[in-house]
Design a protein around this ligand. Sequence first.
Ligand SMILES: [Zn+2]
Length: 91
Amino acid sequence: MDAFGQARWYVVRPASNTKPSTYRCPLCGELLPALSAHMLVVPEGDPKRRRHAHTRCVVQARRAGRLPLREDVEPRRPGALRRLLGRLRRR
Ligand SMILES: [Zn+2]
């Protein structure tokens, strides 16, 4: 895979089809007509690197753990109260 596969996490959302273009799915390498329902995969939230992918490829990659989402990689920081309690416990 190219730089697309190097990202630490991805944003995945349904694509809204505006142009009748044809894309190449980065997950299987096959062609993808833009007017069919499919997904947009955005490496590290960078819109310049976004790719159009087959929905089934996205589902398969997610199941195989090859398409981590941001919340998988960067768990949300504990809230202020949790941090305060943790600090008190450590004393
Ligand atoms: Zn595909």
